[in-house]
Design a protein around this ligand. Structure first.
Ligand code: FCB
Length: 455
């Protein structure tokens, strides 16, 4: 018998997630300024298929239709992100009325159809003006972020009850400032750890600001966690797994949840220049109490000791670690499908902060989709991925892990960062020529699951 909604407590939150730059379009409307992604997508070769988020899903102009889609799916909640440069075009100064008005109208529409808003304050779209002042390598950016958070939450506290400070600071720091495959596309080696620290500091500074502006609000952060295991028992392979778990998981979990940096990871990073500014003194700020931890889970890593391949690495200090293809099935991204890994990362988070509510804020898969002659989109692989991970959530609840919600990535196909429009993760298909939205069979499965209509 397949998993059912009533395997979960009735208070469990079911939702879908998106991010501003991936869906909104309207990049030059309402006074919005450019973000680092607007600049990055214009670099030749940065985006696999040469597309941009200029139009994306044209969500700004189709918000009514998109809220109706969610109501149709029957979700309880919607996680979206707020575009910082739509609020502060240059990352400083007063909030733009058009920007605030857009998100207020979105939240009000959601509430009107019984969908609870969950807003992420930063899903990777730093105002370009701040990048030109050094971006996340500069401490001041953390203070600018906290100021922006205050402006937004003061305006929207009455319509948005749930706030997420940052989405996946590992990606912002190490894909943005080490491997350079994401905006702002810099290759700074272990200096990228400075960006990680300033992102975490921004989070820690923002939490009390959010609480002051919205005393009733629920506040958390979203980390991307991987299940990591060594390819063999050989000491070097075990060490490779320790390094990747360290840089990817513990470098973020430990400061946020326990107010410490993992010593072994600091050693791996070597003479990390971020220490010069006495990063350790910021740890109590970074460890500001939160109400939940958001976990984004997609895949498992199997690692072994190898040789650096000479390309700028997203794992500075651990360039020699190799990621092994195990032969297990993968999605179109090449990411191994391993639902049990979700349990591994939830166990790891729960061990670091016993009792803290955990929410899966993203989980999903990319596959090539085809619209059938009858207009339907049949995506059995995505449906299976979704079902298997919902089953893993049911197992987490059975084990007594404090898991309180699940958000599928993503509501609808959208601009998949460096992959542009060449990767589709949506439960709803988007035709980029016509902007027509068509629920895929995975979306229809989710709807039946949510309505308790599965056999
Ligand atoms: C996550 C991002 C999200 C989306 C998925 C596939 O890392 O947070 O925006 O791109 O991956």
């Amino acid at each position: 018998m397949s998993v059912r909604r009533d395997d979960f407590p009735s208070s469990f939150t079911w939702g879908t997630a998106t991010a501003a730059y991936q869906i909104e379009g309207a990049v030059a409307e309402g006074g919005r300024g450019p973000s680092i992604w607007d600049a990055f997508v214009r670099r030749p070769g940065a985006i696999t298929d040469g597309t941009t988020g200029d139009v994306a899903d044209d969500h700004v102009h189709r918000v009514g239709e998109d809220v109706a889609l969610m109501a149709g799916l029957g979700v309880d909640a919607y996680r979206f992100s707020i575009s910082w440069p739509r609020i502060q075009p240059e990352g400083t100064g007063p909030a733009l009325r058009d920007g605030i008005g857009f998100y207020r109208a979105l939240a009000e529409r959601l509430l009107a159809v019984g969908v609870t808003p969950w807003a992420t304050l930063y899903h990777w779209d730093l105002p370009q003006a701040l990048e030109e002042r050094g971006g996340w390598l500069e401490r001041d950016t953390a203070h600018r972020f906290a100021e922006y958070a205050g402006l937004v939450v003061e305006e929207l506290a009455d319509v948005v009850p749930n706030w997420i400070t940052l989405n996946e600071p590992w990606c912002s720091a190490f894909l943005g400032y080490a491997s350079g495959v994401h905006a702002p596309g810099r290759r700074e080696g272990s200096r990228a750890a400075r960006a990680a620290h300033h992102l975490l500091l921004g989070h820690g500074l923002a939490v009390p600001v959010v609480r002051e502006a919205a005393p009733e609000a629920v506040v958390g952060i979203t980390l991307n966690l991987y299940s990591v295991r060594p390819a063999s028992d050989a000491a070097a392979d075990v060490d490779a797994a320790r390094r990747i778990d360290g840089l990817g998981n513990r470098l973020f979990l430990d400061p946020v949840l326990t107010g410490s940096y993992p010593e072994d990871v600091l050693d791996d990073l070597g003479e990390a220049p971020w220490f010069a500014e006495n990063a350790l003194a910021d740890l109590p700020t970074i460890a500001a109490p939160i109400d939940f931890l958001g976990v984004n889970y997609y895949s498992r890593h199997t690692t072994r000791a190898g040789e650096p391949d000479g390309r700028p690495s997203a794992n500075p200090g651990s360039e020699s670690v190799e990621f092994v293809e195990t032969g297990a099935p993968v999605t179109q991204m090449g990411w191994e499908i391993h639902p049990d890994g979700l349990l591994d990362v939830l166990e790891q988070a729960a061990a670091a902060a016993p009792g803290l509510p955990l929410v899966v804020t993203e989980n999903g898969s990319a596959y090539e989709d085809h619209v059938g002659d009858d207009g339907s989109v049949d995506d059995p692989e995505r449906l299976a991925y979704l079902r298997q991970h919902v089953e893993a959530c049911a197992e987490a609840v059975r084990r007594g892990l404090p898991l309180t919600g699940y958000f599928a990535w993503t509501l609808m196909d959208n601009f998949e960062w460096a992959w542009g429009h060449s990767r589709r993760f949506g439960l709803v298909h988007v035709d980029y020529e016509t902007q027509a939205r068509t629920p895929k069979s995975s979306g229809l499965w989710f709807r039946r699951f949510l309505r308790s209509e599965l056999d």
